[in-house]
Design a protein. Sequence first.
Length: 856
Amino acid sequence: MSTAEYDFASIEKKWQKYWEENKTFKTVDFAADKPKYYVLDMFPYPSGSGLHVGHPEGYTATDILCRYKRQNGFNVLHPMGWDAFGLPAEQYAVETGTHPAVTTAKNIDTFRRQIKALGFSYDWDREVDTTDPKYYKWTQWIFKQLYKKGLAYIAEVPVNWCPALGTVLANEEVVNGLSERGNHPVERRPMRQWMLRITEYAERLLKDLDDLDWSEGIKEMQRNWIGKSEGAEVVFKIVRPEGGEVTVFTTRPDTLFGATYMVLAPEHVLVDEITTPAQAEKVKAYQKMAASKSDMDRTELATEKTGVFTGCFAVNPVSGEKIPVWIADYVLASYGTGAIMAVPAHDTRDFEFAQEFNLPIRCIIEPDREAAAGEGVNADDVLEGKASWTGPGRMIHSSNSDGLNINGMTVEESIRTTTEWLLSRGIGRAKTQYKLRDWLFSRQRYWGEPFPLVHMDDGSIKLLSDDELPLTLPEMEDFKPAGTGEPPLAKAKQWLRYTDPETGKQGWRETNTMPQWAGSCWYYLRYIDPLNDKAFIDPEKEKYWMPVDLYVGGAEHAVLHLLYARFWHKVLFDLGFVSTKEPFQKLVNQGMILGLSYKDSRGVLVPTDEVEVTTEGPVRKDTGEKLVEFAAKMSKSLKNVVNPDDVKHQYGADSMRLYEMFMGPLEAVKPWNTKSVEGVFRFLRRSFKMVAEQPIVEDKMDQDQARLCHTVIKKVTEDIESLDFNTAISQLMIFVNGFAGDNKPLPREAAETFVILLSPFAPHLCEELWEKLGHDDTIAYVKWPTHDEAALKINEVEVAIQVLGKIRARVMMSPELTHEEMSEKALAVPAIQEEIGGRPVRKTICVPGRLVNIVV
RNA sequence: GCCCGGGUGGCGAAAUGGCAGACGCAUGGGACUUAAAAUCCCUUGGUUGUAACACCGUGCGGGUUCGACUCCCGCCCUGGGCACCA
């Protein structure tokens, strides 16, 4: 008869109350005697649908590490907050008239309740909310610093306008010509917008990636997004009485002798000017066609090259040859100079275009035969202009009478030589280009930070003074955009008009608001000093806590949030407000959790509520058709979304936490399987019974017990350090498998060690067990055990004996034997002698404690 | 097309040059029970066999090594990112 059951519901309630009442996880601002450790979760957008099983994955991982660090004597900062500006609350406001602040507050309450229910050790006194005026006062203040530094400007630029969302979007928010949120079509439209000069930081954003402890994948994505390429700008003279010139950017100035035509982007400013009357009509038509194409169309039609001849010619600056100037939409107006020199023999895009329009193709690099063959390219075809080659080789036909001769050189040499020659003639120079564009920073929305500035009637821009901040959002009845591209704030007539308190001059407030990314660009700093109303952060506190030691979140923010936040941080660093040049030293991306899904034999997805799982496998409820189980992204339509509240009610928060970690490696994409939660739940129940029901004895552990106990200490400690939580849990299971049993006496040392080791994973249960073991204080700060190397020693171990790599026998021996002793023992085994069959032994390979391999 | 991951039992996974499949789920069998649930014990990569054993086995094909899931070369499949960036 059990004396107690594992009643997770009351245990969890009890300890959550205890932690809250005792402020167990309150973090002190400074602790001279303790090293600091700052662990950050990407704060969530509090959506109306509540927490998803994906959220607690990262939160549990960081919580385990934090609890472990506290028990190892660190002063740990582990905060949580809300990235609460955003479109859904605003759209709901448009539909129902409910103020977004009301919706947001409600959603935050739900998120907070759900997160607290999982027992995470956040210091809730540091909670931040980006929509709180006390918070966005400082977002506005930082914008002022950006503006004062010349990093914020207004530009009339072609922007990504999304009619369905009624707002413009940043390049980063447009995926395949559709909006990242909601997949709505996006069109190019020139508009007056706020921009941030992130391009000024391109080089540093790129270079400083090298020292960060981030996954190579994410670093590579940022590098690609920044897209640095080195080359040269080259000036081409235009052939016409009035003169004129076009500058191009190329990464291959060495191929200049092979440039047989030029291409301008259809939007290039010179196009209208240089087009001959005979071609004017065709050029106009092509420009119109290109402008009406959405980005989506451009992507889909990428295979076929189109373009029109302008009727104009330019001069190849190295050969003096007259070459035609075309326009084509494969040249982008927004990159480089919006114009290129075309070298069809050595560029695949130019080659395709030249073939399409019968333009000359001149080979000026003899391909390296071996490299060409490796790529499946026939070098002779290249020489004859029947194929293009972009790889290594020797320059040919590349000299002029003006002192440039690069024949015979390699690609690298000739790039340098040509660039120097261009520079000496004043018609070119080395140049570095980036794909990164300036950040489009305004949105036509209500629910965002207002810009802290006024457009004065005299045309100047006045920044609000610090004591006019925060500039709060006006109360409104109607949140609909005007439809003309005018933001909702344009309707707030009272709010819009501004009178300068000092000069009495008048102006209009900005009607755009900041994008959602603004608040998340600096929230990690505010956690350090959340209540400061004199500064966005106290410099002393900043110095103590920064940088963030570990940042955990989803990979979907690889370029957006992480690039923007690094940019702001570097600006704040340059202004002397922060002490580190990078905010996030180590970054880990948790893998997405997939839902269990079903499809029929034709591969059609079947919603989970139409599926019945029989002993023969899953079948369709109505037809009985056999289905195949597989993992797919959780979605409402597939009905495979798992709600953390349900899991918690059935198995408890500790089981939920443990399962999230036991599924597999943190960074891997993993399918959720509710049946498997049962497994970790059973483990927790056995753990409870082992400590709460088995007799605890004051005896020392015997040798075997000590060995197991110390092996577990070692493995769990190492695994937490390397974030391998799944294998740490396995090891704890091995402990229970070894120590649990009906009324087997359990040495106190083993019991206490186990409870401490399990406590970061299952904190509620372990607080309870710690109390049952007779302690009256929280386990949260109890010292983490260290393993005793001596206890790990083993007297005899089974060693595999191989002959030519195949296992032929197993023998018990001490793991401390020497090479000679091991081979001696191995060769003494009769079965081995038989296997050798009198052949001479060439050598033996011995791995202590593992195997002996005999080579004959 | 280019750049990153990944491919191991029925399933989630472990092992990063040294006995593949730890740990868990699910299966099958047993104990307990009037019975069921729960719990506990055993079994479980494949093939032949009653069994010991033997042979095969980490996507496919080669290679390096005494020894390869692990390192190298080529290919296939799959997830993600980028995509006319000159």
